[in-house]
Design a protein around this ligand. Structure first.
Ligand SMILES: Cc1cc2nc3c(=O)[nH]c(=O)nc-3n(C[C@H](O)[C@H](O)[C@H](O)COP(=O)(O)OP(=O)(O)OC[C@H]3O[C@@H](n4cnc5c(N)ncnc54)[C@H](O)[C@@H]3O)c2cc1C
Length: 380
């Protein structure tokens, strides 16, 4: 049994590691006072995203036919793990690919929205969450109704990342009168569509705000509806599975780096005349983190390998979303503990990592909902 990554994946990972170590990590100290890890000063963003494009890794997860690098889930996890070792690289590897548009969009919709989005020429957001239903996606209430004047949308959304700067927003609706999984339909809305209002800014722990959206008799033509009405459920799920795998790989990168920092600090910091690394209490924290990172890495790459080979990974992605996000929280917390006050200050990246790690257990499916999904699979 061979647990090694394939040769090409290892080479890709090594290349990324060199890029992160040489280009991103040296910038971290200078960029510590950013509000969040997703926004970079324009000049730095341009330079770094240019280098990423030169490496052929811009839009790593998007298919080549729409301008992406077309990486497999396995290679994608390798890229994400390495990139998330630094707090600088989050936004220089292209916006998140929008599989809903790819799966359901017509050629015209892809040309207008998806291809420019993948190229980084326009911004997009995805809106499924609502005040009464977010984790329980089938409970959404936003309606879509065909009338003589067009397709009318009514409802409201919340917690929408990137809504403020988005040129288009993918909105999950349901055909009026349908319940639960039936009638789910994605609609793509242009910024400024009459009846679409961006509401209150909802400031989040990791510094990247989300927004409310109001859809008040928002009327669009058939060209804005993705696929056939009612086709939205399956497409939405594919988006979530790939997203959950990505979150698991992100956690791995964050945890790996924090552990590296904890080991370094434990060796150099002396208290009561001895290095921290000589204390069993510290050694056990490091050992626990090492075991948890190793187990997570095995699980994440197993799921990614299965997805690359075309297996249904609904169960595995739910498992790794929980396992990795919870592991990341514990590993970052231990690294903070080992650093003492320095870990809580703005003098290291640890407090940024701490704030980045916490939402991972909630967005795109909270741990409890993921555990329910795993249990359903076991019991059915
Ligand atoms: C930083 C951030 C960015 C986000 N960006 C977006 C975005 O761009 N677009 C978008 O549409 N949404 C976005 N969201 C919303 C996100 O998808 C939801 O927060 C998530 O799906 C959980 O929904 P909820 O917050 O309504 O929690 P709920 O579904 O109300 O759950 C609340 C809590 O109840 C418990 N719980 C839930 N379900 C179960 C269950 N089955 N069994 C037992 N316990 C359960 C869990 O502890 C959970 O944390 C974002 C959220 C965050 C935090």
């Amino acid at each position: 049994m061979d647990f090694n990554l394939p040769e090409e994946t290892r080479m890709l990972k090594d290349m990324l590691r060199r890029f992160v170590d040489n280009e991103l990590i040296p910038l971290e100290q200078k960029l510590l006072d950013r509000p969040n890890t997703f926004e970079l000063p324009e000049d730095i963003y341009r330079e770094l995203s240019g280098k990423v494009k030169d490496m052929g890794l811009w839009a790593w997860g998007a298919p080549e036919e729409i301008g992406g690098a077309g990486l497999s889930p396995l290679d994608g996890c390798a890229v994400i793990e390495e990139v998330y070792r630094s707090t600088v690289g989050r936004s220089v590897f292209a916006p998140r690919f929008a599989p809903v548009l790819y799966e359901l969009g017509t050629q015209a919709q892809k040309e207008k929205y998806l291809i420019p989005f993948v190229n980084g020429d326009i911004n997009g957001a995805t809106a499924f969450s609502e005040p009464q239903a977010a984790g329980d996606l089938a409970g959404i209430k936003t309606t879509l109704e065909e009338t003589d004047g067009g397709w009318v949308i009514n409802g409201n959304k919340c917690w929408i990342s990137f809504a403020k700067t988005a040129d288009f927003i993918l909105v999950l609706t349901r055909v009026k009168g349908t319940e639960r999984h039936q009638g789910m339909t994605w609609v793509v809305l242009d910024k400024g569509t009459p009846g679409l209002t961006i509401g209150r800014e909802q400031k989040m722990i990791h510094g990247l705000s989300t927004y409310e959206l109001f859809l008040d008799n928002c009327t669009v033509s058939r060209e804005q509806v993705l696929g056939e009405p009612g086709q939205g459920w399956g497409a939405g799920n594919t988006f979530l599975y790939s997203g959950r795998m990505e979150i698991a790989a992100r956690g791995l990168g964050v945890a790996d780096r924090c552990q590296e920092m904890a080991i370094g600090y434990a060796k150099e910091r002396h208290t009561f005349g001895k290095p921290l690394s000589s204390r069993q209490a510290i050694q056990w924290m490091l050992a626990d983190s090492a075991m948890e990172i190793h187990a997570t890495r095995m699980m994440v790459y197993d799921a990614a390998w299965r997805a690359t080979n075309g297996e249904d990974v609904q169960q595995q992605t739910a498992m790794i979303k929980v396992f990795s996000s919870e592991m990341t929280g514990r590993v970052v917390d231990r690294a903070v503990q080992i650093h003492g006050a320095a870990g809580l200050s703005d003098e290291t990246i640890l407090e940024l990592c701490y704030r980045d790690a916490r939402p991972m257990r909630i967005y795109e499916g909270p741990s409890e909902a993921m555990r329910s999904l795993v249990a359903r699979g076991l019991l059915q």
